[in-house]
Design a binder for this molecule. Structure first.
Ligand SMILES: NC(=O)c1ccc[n+]([C@@H]2O[C@H](COP(=O)([O-])OP(=O)(O)OC[C@H]3O[C@@H](n4cnc5c(N)ncnc54)[C@H](OP(=O)(O)O)[C@@H]3O)[C@@H](O)[C@H]2O)c1
Length: 256
């Protein structure tokens, strides 16, 4: 892995992290703040981000986490988020598209409302944030910006579980490469996906409930949030000539 010293160029720059209230997003926010970045963390649960921000502030770091309430499936809220960042912090230099979720329904059960809700967060929200970040970077002459899409191993193979979610993550695989092709024609902004296997977060809690998720996590190998943070820091700290395209990480022992 690249040394984290490659992160020094990001000190005092601005990152947006979606889905910042718990799990992978919360861990990414903390790490970027520790590397001196000004991080705008958004999610629906702003209070949870405020708590993380307060804990980080107590450590006396130069970076800071700014909580922002935003549902990324709502275009108006996303527009307001970017207007806020432009007005108060100049603009996004690093965009981490992390917000995402699944429901438990099979393809034989899921209804159109549930499908659209998942598409709106996992796909539409991701594209809106990437698009607005890249356009802001180009308008400000920021050619070293970075878009990082938190994909999943579900975006690369069909396990037979969470099949609609899998389809949204296959879309992320396509969008990651499509965005790279569009962006490389205009600038040296980098586009990276990180594709984890099972990570012990609230992700499964939201699908099967807390108790069942805790039981499940005891019986399978999992990655930690720190494993995903390490991958993101590797991509962000890569030298200027190196674009990390997609980091696929399974827990050792995960068969699918
Ligand atoms: N955990 C895994 O096993 C795993 C594996 C591969 C990929 N991933 C991917 O990793 C990413 C993060 O998941 P996680 O494991 O950290 O899950 P998590 O603990 O459930 O966290 C999900 C985050 O997304 C946010 N979010 C959900 N809907 C949102 C919306 N409409 N607008 C804004 N934020 C929203 C949640 O915040 P609020 O509820 O406060 O809005 C929360 O902060 C997701 O894209 C997921 O698909 C997870």
């Amino acid at each position: 892995m690249a040394s984290s010293s490659g992160m020094s160029r990001w000190a005092n720059r601005v990152a947006l992290v979606t889905g910042a209230s718990v799990g992978i997003g919360a861990g990414i926010c903390a790490s970027l703040v520790e590397h001196g970045m000004t991080v705008v963390g958004c999610a629906r649960n702003k209070d949870a981000i405020q708590k993380i921000s307060d804990d980080l502030r107590d450590k006396g770091l130069t970076g800071k986490l700014i909580p922002y309430k935003c549902d990324v499936s709502d275009e108006t809220e996303v527009n307001n988020l970017f207007a806020y960042i432009e007005a108060n912090h100049g603009g996004v230099d690093v965009c981490v598209n992390n917000a995402g979720f699944s429901t438990h329904q099979t393809l034989l059960e899921i209804n159109a409302t549930e499908m659209r809700a998942m598409l709106d967060v996992n796909v539409v929200g991701l594209v809106l944030c990437a698009q607005k970040s890249v356009n802001s970077m180009l308008a400000r002459g920021v050619h070293d910006g970075h878009i990082i899409n938190i994909n999943s191993m579900a975006g690369h193979r069909i396990s037979g579980f969470l099949n609609f979610y899998t389809a949204t993550k296959f879309a992320v695989t396509a969008l990651n490469e499509g965005l790279r092709k569009e962006v490389v024609a205009k600038s040296r902004i980098r586009v990276t996906a990180i594709s984890p296997g099972a990570v012990d977060t609230h992700f499964a809690h939201r699908i099967v409930g807390e108790e069942m998720a805790k039981q499940m996590y005891k019986t399978i190998d999992t990655l930690s949030v720190q494993d995903i943070v390490d991958a993101l820091i590797f991509a962000l700290s890569a030298p200027e000539n190196s674009q990390v395209h997609d980091i696929q990480i399974r827990p050792t022992g995960q068969k699918e």
